[in-house]
Design a protein around this ligand. Structure first.
Ligand code: PXL
Length: 286
């Protein structure tokens, strides 16, 4: 049997609401990936739409965990980060990349901080400056359109977008330092919604994946998308193949959640798609 791949996931645990580690861990595990975790904080729920959530910060634990792992000489095929709650955490995680990565470690940064034109209320206005520094060190970044606008210090506007605009955003994002970028929430016509990717490692390939827009919004879909993307990349998909698999996995999760009429704060039913995830990843390679 092929050696099992290992991806370290560095995110918070939102105990309820299906995002961050409670999404990344099952999705990567279903794809057969050994997924050690560094929880950066424990919250009773995510911060999107719930009142009175608890928040236990675990910043102090991050470096000790990493140092212990270093004493075990573990190797990582990927390091995947998402929501980080403070500038200090961003700086520490940036340092962790240097401490943990070896030749061939893929660093994927989802700069979770904003959506629909606005920063999440938990973050100060200059938080994108911190995230920018982390994105510079990534192999692949996975912003939505709002996050990309903040990273690029440019005004946000709602879609549809032109191909020229999206391609320029992708090029400019990679010019900041990342080798590849996948932009989510992309629509060229208002009817189809999906992702656009750009990979400088393959000579600057642009690719687009979409599905008919489902007119609803659920929390945690960005994490579902990025986790499926990392799973596919670990299985040697190209960035465009991985983006296609992640779009399909996320859209299916949204569709079944809409059918069930679930509260949009509760996240999406990705669990029903887990048994098909490896098959989906293999199918996009053909
Ligand atoms: O889904 C991203 C996310 C992760 N973690 C926490 C969040 C959010 C989005 O709001 O609040 C704590």
């Amino acid at each position: 049997m092929e050696k099992q791949k290992r991806a370290a996931a560095i995110h918070d645990i939102s105990c309820f609401g299906r995002c961050s580690l409670t999404v990344a861990l099952p999705i990567l595990a279903a794809a057969g990936v050994d997924t050690p975790v560094i929880p950066t904080a424990v919250l009773s729920t995510h911060t999107g739409g719930f009142e009175g959530y608890t928040y236990r910060d675990l910043t102090e634990d991050i470096v000790p965990v990493v140092n212990h792992w270093r004493s075990l000489a573990l190797g990582f095929d990927a390091i995947y980060t998402g929501f980080l709650g403070s500038f200090e955490q961003v700086d520490i995680v940036s340092e962790c990349f240097d401490l943990l990565k070896t030749d061939g470690t893929l660093i994927v940064v989802d700069p979770v901080m904003a959506d629909y034109g606005r920063l999440y209320p938990i973050f100060p206005p200059n938080f994108p400056d911190g995230m920018r520094k982390l994105c510079v060190k990534a192999d692949v970044i996975v912003p939505n359109i709002t996050e990309a606008a903040f990273l690029l210090r440019q005004p946000y506007h709602e879609g549809p977008h032109s191909h020229e605009e999206i391609d320029k955003m992708l090029r400019d994002l990679c010019a900041m330092g990342a080798k590849g970028a996948v932009l989510t929430g992309v629509s060229f016509d208002g009817e189809q919604l999906g992702a656009a990717s750009y990979d400088t490692r393959t000579g600057g390939d642009f690719a687009y994946s979409s599905a008919p827009r489902i007119d609803t919004m659920y929390h945690g879909t960005g994490d579902v998308f990025a986790s499926a993307l990392v799973a596919a990349l670990i299985h040697n998909c190209t960035l465009s193949q991985a983006s296609e698999a992640a779009v399909r996995f996320t859209v299916d999760s949204i569709a079944r959640t809409k059918k069930a009429g679930t509260d949009n704060r509760f996240g999406v039913n990705f669990e029903a798609g887990l048994s098909g995830l490896l098959g989906l990843i293999e199918s996009v390679k053909k």
